[in-house]
Design a protein around this ligand. Structure first.
Ligand SMILES: Cc1cc2nc3c(=O)[nH]c(=O)nc-3n(C[C@H](O)[C@H](O)[C@H](O)COP(=O)(O)OP(=O)(O)OC[C@H]3O[C@@H](n4cnc5c(N)ncnc54)[C@H](O)[C@@H]3O)c2cc1C
Length: 283
């Protein structure tokens, strides 16, 4: 386990906001993490931080992460087992090498397996739950249990992990086997598709708001004049209105203020209340 104090938020999240958090623990394996969880009342599980913005504070609960080297992707029979700290880049390397097909729709996103299960990551009509078989979970008392997908709830950008104090430590997925060349091409095409439609090279956390039923948050934001709208060091991307970009040195308060401004404008113009998709971590 590695314990680091006063960690810059820029190293923990893709948005790379300003400030520091006081304690980050990175565990080598699930048993080590389970032991820590059993001994501590409050802690915040973080994946790759691609959907998270922190309010800097010394009083935040310790942040815990699982090493990306814990259970790198490997076959168990026809299924693939992966640790929660493993990143999309590792999934892509594995898929390109082996021809395992299923993860390609995640290509280009700086997320972890645990974070994607917690958020039920999805795009282009696919969600991570569609290929999930089971999840190994740490309970607050440090017990490690396996949960089949049928024992868990999943919905649009929703999973049981948003309402239960459970931590994903690894997961089992099913997929298909294709030729590595075919998988490589699909990954390449998907990254291109994202680069053309999302500010992938910027400091961003992905979608700000969830899509309201039957509507698109990006369209609502665009119609209300927020595409490319900038305030201080934050901006709604001029490439995709539902992505917020850190122009350099952005603070938590600036993010929250811009979210509130957009939300109020859309309530007034359309009568729609937008719910955030990004996780705002505050005291
Ligand atoms: C350029 C870009 C493009 C994106 N495109 C998409 C997209 O197409 N579709 C989409 O759905 N999202 C997208 N996102 C958002 C983001 O990648 C997803 O929400 C992803 O699921 C977050 O994974 P993460 O590891 O970064 O999670 P984090 O930001 O680290 O955490 C997100 C939440 O999950 C919880 N969590 C993390 N790990 C665990 C765990 N092991 N056990 C339990 N809970 C955990 C955290 O506590 C937090 O509440 C995009 C983001 C970026 C930056």
């Amino acid at each position: 386990m590695i314990h680091t104090r006063q960690v810059p938020i820029s190293q923990l999240t893709s948005f790379q906001g300003e400030g520091y958090v006081s304690d980050v623990f990175v565990f080598d394996d699930a048993a080590e993490m389970a032991h820590y969880v059993a001994m501590h009342d409050a802690c915040l599980i973080l994946g790759k931080g691609s959907n998270t913005v922190f309010e800097p504070s010394d009083a935040l609960s310790p942040i815990i992460q699982l090493s990306s080297q814990y259970k790198t992707p490997h076959f168990v029979g026809d299924t693939v087992h992966v640790g929660a700290g493993v990143g999309v880049n590792q999934l892509m390397s594995f898929s390109k090498e082996t021809g395992f097909s299923g993860f390609e729709f995640m290509a280009g996103v700086p997320a972890s397996v645990g974070g994607m299960i917690a958020m039920n990551f999805g795009c282009w009509g696919k969600e991570i739950v569609d290929m999930l078989v089971s999840v190994d979970v740490v309970l607050p008392d440090g017990t490690l249990v396996k949960k089949d997908v049928a024992e868990l709830e999943f919905g649009y950008r929703f999973s049981s992990f948003q309402i239960e104090p459970w931590i994903v430590v690894s997961a089992c997925f099913y997929g298909a086997l294709k030729s590595p060349e075919e998988v490589k091409k699909d990954i390449f095409d998907n990254v291109n598709e994202r680069v053309n439609s999302q500010p992938l090279r910027d400091k961003t956390f992905g979608s700000v708001f969830r899509n309201p039923p039957g509507l698109h948050a990006a369209q609502l934001l665009e119609d209300a004049g927020f595409k490319g709208y900038k305030k201080g060091r934050v901006m709604f991307s001029d490439q995709h209105a539902n992505f917020m970009v850190n122009l350099g040195g952005a603070t938590y308060s600036e993010v929250v203020a811009l979210i509130q401004e957009a939300r109020a404008a859309i309530v007034q113009s359309k009568g729609v209340h937008l719910m955030t998709e990004v996780v705002l971590v505050t005291l």
